[in-house]
Design a protein around this ligand. Sequence first.
Ligand code: HEC
Length: 149
Amino acid sequence: MRPIFFVASMVVGLAATIAASYAMAQSTHTATPGAVTAATTLDPAKTFSDTCAACHQEDGKGIPGAFPALAGDPFVLGPMANPIGVVLNGRAGMPTFKADLTDDQIAAALTHVRTSWGNKASAVTAADVNKLRTGDAPLAADKKPIQAH
Ligand code: HEC
């Protein structure tokens, strides 16, 4: 076998392997047993109350100068990847919840945030959170800007 042909067939084989494993990764995401297709299995209001309200307050208005308001906040109403990222990874005084909350809990808390106190943005699913947690595919749901008001 001539070396150039050998290298070429290696490359083709490798590409096929990558494509196959990518396809597998994609399909495991849609076919994971127990994957949540509804927004969440938890109570969004209770999850927010238990994990976020100590700082952001039950009314979502936060405490000026300490904890930002989530009610009417363009950041939480915009592409869901942004608030999901902040909850997963933290930012300044906002703790990271990556290790402490499940995808479902984060989805529930952010669903409450995005749909309460007059906020009208889409619900967040556990699958949405998982995509960002694992650094996988971009979120499809937020291609167009959300009209907050
Ligand atoms: C210990 C207090 C504390 C808790 C608990 C907390 N946060 Fe925060 N959060 C903060 C602080 C402080 C900031 C501002 C961070 C900064 O200045 O960058 C913040 C920022 C945010 C932001 C970004 C707001 C913006 O306009 O940029 C979001 C979204 C958010 N928090 C959501 C949540 C959610 C959802 C929970 C519950 C899962 C939660 N937070 C729990 C303290 C907290």
